[in-house]
Write a protein that binds this ligand. Structure first.
Ligand code: ADP
Length: 360
């Protein structure tokens, strides 16, 4: 069916070409006769009808032949410079459409053409690169979520089985039940963080900007960790400018401070120090959370904003690697700046800079 279609298309093409050639040849022949007629009148030469017929036939045949020759040249040119790259582009687009994001157009093959196809091919390759990156992120994300979900679930399953043992001492029963509760809390935290991140990434939460007291918010966030710093005997240092107001989404910023503070407390060993500072001028506020904890190597620091990345696995059970990804996303949404300074064994400082009144 496809072949028959192609043949009839080719035949129709040839038919159109022939009509076109005949028409061009006819017009040129008429012009030629008109020219000869004028010439004969002006020079006083009398052409016989045979002379005119012969000239007309030769002109007609010449025009048809020349048109044919140019058409063949044009056909070959189009095949090489238009149809070949279009076919190549089409082939790769088909592959991309069917989900093969590794397909790329062979730029070397199109390079000699020096026309717009090279630019289009480069753009399509860039698009394919972007798509394959997104696909890798998606599959990595699914693999990470599945792994993170599986860990607490299998803890719950194992302790659940152990809880079913008859003649279990009261002490063991409480221990196993505690482990199940811990694992379920981790699971709930994980799901909450995934949902928050997904909402932020899809821009379903739009910042509800309102003017509020940032100094007070930081104090409240810090106080939530009172039991932690008492248990670990940590020093708390604060240098907060008083009554600093900002115009921002308070809920989103609370997420930032809580995550930075919880990391500072988590990664600082007993007897260490956690410091929080707030500085403001007319345009910007700068909040820093510092600790004298384990710090990070530059290799770890390069990945900390990636989803599910945990550089320090000794505290893996107390987090899920989403905290800093959330912080980064919120700071980006608010068009702020997030900086980190850290050295292994010396501690870390996270600094957030935001415009005070972006809505003004
Ligand atoms: P998690 O909830 O697992 O801590 P985060 O996204 O908050 O995940 O942090 C990612 C990684 O960044 C941590 O596993 C840790 O290696 C590193 N990190 C974050 N904050 C600090 C800090 N204050 N001190 C040292 N390392 C940190």
């Amino acid at each position: 069916m496809k072949n028959a279609d192609k043949t009839s298309r080719v035949l129709r093409g040839i038919h159109h070409y022939l009509i076109y050639f005949a028409l061009v040849a006819f017009v040129v022949t008429c012009c030629m006769l008109l020219f000869l007629n004028t010439l004969s009148q002006n020079l006083g030469i009398a052409f016989t009808e045979e002379n005119l017929q012969a000239a007309a036939k030769v002109t007609f045949a010449n025009v048809v032949l020349l048109s044919l020759l140019f058409t063949v040249i044009d056909f070959v040119r189009r095949k090489l410079t238009v149809e070949r790259p279009v076919k190549e582009v089409q082939k790769v687009l088909e592959q991309l459409k069917s989900g093969n994001f590794n397909a790329r157009i062979d730029l070397a093959a199109l390079h000699d053409l020096q026309n717009q196809f090279g630019v289009i091919a480069e753009d399509i390759n860039a698009l394919a690169e972007e798509l394959s990156g997104v696909e890798t992120l998606r599959t990595d994300f699914i693999a990470n979520v599945s792994h993170e979900l599986k860990t607490p679930l299998s803890v719950m399953q194992n302790y659940g089985i152990m809880l079913c043992q008859p003649e279990l001492s009261e002490e063991k029963r409480l221990e196993y039940a505690g482990a199940v509760i811990d694992a379920s809390r981790r699971l709930a935290d994980l799901i909450t963080n995934i949902l928050k991140l997904s909402k932020l990434e899809n821009q379903q939460i739009y910042p509800k900007a309102e003017e509020y007291d940032l100094s007070e918010q930081l104090c409240q966030c810090l106080l939530q960790f009172e039991t932690v710093w008492e248990q670990k005997n940590l020093q708390i240092e604060t240098a907060l400018d008083d009554g600093v107001t900002v115009c921002a989404d308070a809920e989103l910023l609370c997420l930032v401070w809580n995550n930075l503070l919880s990391n500072a407390f988590k990664f600082t060993p007993e007897g260490g120090t956690v410091s929080v500072s707030l500085r403001a001028d007319d345009t910007y506020v700068t909040v820093s959370v510092s600790d004298t904890g384990c710090g990070m190597s530059p290799e770890v620091g390069a990945h900390i904003f990636e989803k599910f990345y945990q550089g320090d696995t000794s505290h893996a059970a107390q987090g899920n690697g989403l905290g800093l990804a959330l912080v980064k996303r919120v700071v980006d949404i608010l068009h702020g700046n997030l900086g980190v300074e850290s050295a292994p064994g010396k501690g870390s400082t996270f600094t957030v800079t935001l415009r005070r009144f972006p809505c003004a």
